[in-house]
Design a protein around this ligand. Structure first.
Ligand SMILES: [Zn+2]
Length: 392
């Protein structure tokens, strides 16, 4: 086997997924982390490539558990070209891994897509690109009242047999499923999916508080794009949102672009969920990283103008990238960079039970980011390859 050059990455500090280390030295080789130490413990070894990011914080590359596409492609294309084009673009924005997220479509189209994705995921990782590590099923078990742009004609009532068909077609690679708690059979399906190792996220839902609590009691661990496609907060019937914001063990996704939720609401969410349970996602569609124009999300047409993706006036995913989401969280909520970083590294990894993403430890994939004091991306090092950002 050909050996690549050993590289040492260093910066002012490192958030390794659990703690902060000052003056870190991260040694990488063949796309893996070889060792993590500090400059006190040893000088930079001679004869290695050194990537030094003075003043920056090193952190694990981001893990996006809710993303439909980017760079002109949608994950439901399920082709090597789609995943590779997305993977290269996402790597340049600091994302190391993601859950390929489906939209509601005819059942046979979804079965074909997840089967294609599973076969692509079984192949070894390519260097220098973000990797799909699982599938997020956003639908078909969603509420008609809060479907957003998910097509009404393909929504289904919770059904264990249909879930099993999707799970088998995906060769067990479904890691997360969004489910509306108020639908008949939702709690039973949540319990069944959880037994099969699939995490359940409540969302696209008009649920009352008791319905949301029942599905959480049955196993749901997270909430899908909190505030969006959810019954609004009411002080007498707090509904799903009242439960999501106050249930301390529940993880909670946010699309932190200042469009899907106002900055004040981002601050409220950060106070409610905090560095232990907040998860930043993009919900990005194929237009992320592309100019304004007409794009596809699943099977429908989306217009993109000035950072907004809409279909018939309704928000249809985003063009957000996780590096922007991080900088926005720091700016909108005054979050500390090292705490905000948890929301796109260790929290999503812990929520889905991924043991490789969201950490910088010996043996893990060498996927790192360097982040400036204001939360902006300075550089990403994915699979050992460095891409330095030239603009914020
Ligand atoms: Zn989505």
């Amino acid at each position: 086997m050909m050996r690549t050059m050993r590289t040492v990455v260093t910066a002012e500090r490192l958030f390794d997924g659990s703690q902060i280390l000052d003056e870190p030295l991260v040694e990488i080789e063949d796309g893996r982390v070889l060792s993590v130490s500090t400059r006190e413990a040893g000088d930079v070894p001679a004869g290695v490539q050194v990537l030094d990011f003075p003043g920056a914080t090193l952190a694990p590359a981001f893990f996006d558990v809710h993303i439909h596409g980017s760079a002109g492609h949608d994950v439901m294309e399920a082709t090597p070209e789609a995943l590779e084009t997305m993977g290269r673009f996402l790597a340049s924005r600091g994302t190391g891994s993601f859950l390929a997220t489906t939209v509601t479509a005819p059942l046979d189209a979804t079965l074909r897509a997840v089967s294609g994705l599973a076969k692509l995921m079984a192949k070894p990782a390519s260097e220098g690109m973000a990797r799909a590590v699982g599938i997020h099923l956003e639908g078909p078990f969603l509420s008609h009242a809060k479907r957003g742009v998910q097509p009404a004609e393909h929504l289904l009532a919770p059904d264990i047999t249909i879930f099993d068909r999707l799970y088998e077609a995906a060769e067990g690679r479904v890691r997360l499923m969004t489910l509306a708690p108020e639908l008949p059979g939702a709690a039973e399906l949540a319990a069944h999916a959880t037994r099969r190792g699939v995490r359940v996220s409540v969302g696209h839902s008009d649920a009352k508080a008791a319905e949301a609590r029942a599905t959480i009691a049955a196993g749901a661990v997270s909430a899908t794009h909190t505030f969006n496609a959810m019954r609004a907060l009411d002080h007498r019937e707090p509904g799903i949102l009242g439960v999501v914001l106050t249930e301390s063990g529940l993880y909670s996704e946010l699309i932190c672009d200042g469009i899907h939720s106002a900055p004040e609401i981002t601050r409220l969410w950060w106070r409610a969920k905090g560095p232990e349970r907040a998860i930043l996602v993009t919900d990005a569609m194929s237009a992320a990283g592309m100019p304004d124009g007409e794009y596809q999300l699943g099977g429908f047409q989306v217009q993109v103008a000035n950072g907004r993706a809409t279909a018939r006036g309704v928000l249809a995913g985003s063009v957000l990238t996780l590096d922007r989401a991080l900088a926005n969280l720091v700016a909108f909520a005054g979050a500390r960079v090292d705490e905000a970083l948890r929301a796109l590294t260790i929290n999503p990894a812990a929520m889905v039970g991924d043991t490789e993403a969201g950490r910088v430890v010996a043996g893990a994939p060498a996927n790192l980011v360097a982040i400036g004091a204001d939360g902006t991306l300075v550089a990403s090092v994915i699979g050992g390859k460095s891409e330095v950002q030239v603009s914020g």
